[in-house]
Design a protein around this ligand. Sequence first.
Ligand SMILES: Cc1cc2nc3c(=O)[nH]c(=O)nc-3n(C[C@H](O)[C@H](O)[C@H](O)COP(=O)(O)OP(=O)(O)OC[C@H]3O[C@@H](n4cnc5c(N)ncnc54)[C@H](O)[C@@H]3O)c2cc1C
Length: 431
Amino acid sequence: MHGVPGRSLLKGDTDTVQRPRVVILGAGFAGLNAALALRKADVDVTIIDRRNYHLFQPLLYQVATAGLSPAQIATPIRRVLGRQKNTTILMDRVVDVDLGSKEVLTSSHRIPFDYLVVATGARHAYFGHDEWEGVAPGLKKIDEATEIRRRVLLAFERAEVADDPEERRRLLTFAVIGGGPTGVEMAGAIAELAKKSIAMDFRRIDPAQSRVLLIEAGHRILRSFPEDLSQAAERQLMKLGVEVVKGDTVVECSERGVKLKSGTQIETSTIVWAAGVVASAAAKWLKAKADSAGRVVVGSDLRLPEHNDVFVIGDTASVHDAAGRLVPGVAPAAKQMGRHAAKTILAAINGDEASPFTYRDFGSLATIGRKAAVVDFGRFHLTGFLAWLVWSLAHIWFLIGFRNRLVVFMEWAWAYVTYDRGARIITGEDA
Ligand SMILES: Cc1cc2nc3c(=O)[nH]c(=O)nc-3n(C[C@H](O)[C@H](O)[C@H](O)COP(=O)(O)OP(=O)(O)OC[C@H]3O[C@@H](n4cnc5c(N)ncnc54)[C@H](O)[C@@H]3O)c2cc1C
């Protein structure tokens, strides 16, 4: 796409646009589902994303720990929406929204809308310590996952050539900060990589002697899960050899390692940040009220207050649904909001009343290593292998694309039998 900054981008630039124009920002779970729900509608949809692919974030940790390759958890947006006749896909970065003129500003164009759906997700929060990002990358993008994979695998390679036992110990220590689902999954997968997958592959070091620490400021891991499942997850992590540190806050991340409030210094070369997220810049673009995590506060109809034609959904939105519950920042909620926003737009076009959004909670899942998980189905809790089966089936089912499902299923079946992690590739700079 070529264009002059500030120039308006209309269909064909000269066409008269007759159908309502729906512009969707972000092709994550929320934006993609909004676009899909409009596929038969008599509207012109434009979906804008800075990337050309939709990313299945729940499996990012598998890329970061060499279990899967990036292409297995990402699908080109054009593969999903390319044949949807009423939809134009633009790969561009949104930089602002002009609510007065009803235009989206990207790095190269101004794109007019009749209805706007903002679904630009969230990014890491370092709680005022953005300088930690360099030494403690988070897990939100493919590039971050491959960077973490590089650091983890490189630590073993460097330990193999290191002569100083202190340095070896430092290299074979891995600290994961944040005991939510991502931290738990990362810590379990690193432990399994070290203690099983590559345990026999080195001569001068014993990877099984690695230390993997999961650091959580609160008094239990998986705080969004019921207490019995937190405890089960902790037991399962300990079985894998993960040291769970609770009730201690990280006060410094540096090249040397992690310093805790209690004074404990953890010497490590590999730190993974899984401790918090903050919403995208949408609140700034919309000059809207945001909650403490930067999420735009919208009504239970997902509309921006006083702007009936602007919807904010997914991780970017702070929503209390029709039942008064705060909608969590998870993929099923984002998908449901996407579909609901589309339905509400169609109702508005047809002059109909739309009902408020109601979140349907189908349960929460987190996996710990290759064959354990915890599953919260409300009154019904599962742990161990059965939970892992449920987790695996759910993730394969929700992956986009038949090819990805098949390949991931085969990778997991292989890994289950052999412990092998096929994507043990160190990319980026050479040693
Ligand atoms: C590591 C990890 C593990 C997770 N595990 C789970 C899990 O197991 N289960 C679960 O339910 N949820 C999980 N989540 C949460 C889940 O992924 C999110 O709730 C969900 O992705 C939110 O969807 P979304 O569409 O709001 O945002 P996203 O999926 O983040 O999509 C936002 C889109 O907006 C685009 N974008 C952002 N800014 C711009 C811009 N300025 N211009 C153009 N495009 C832009 C991005 O490129 C992206 O495609 C996990 C999240 C992470 C990071």
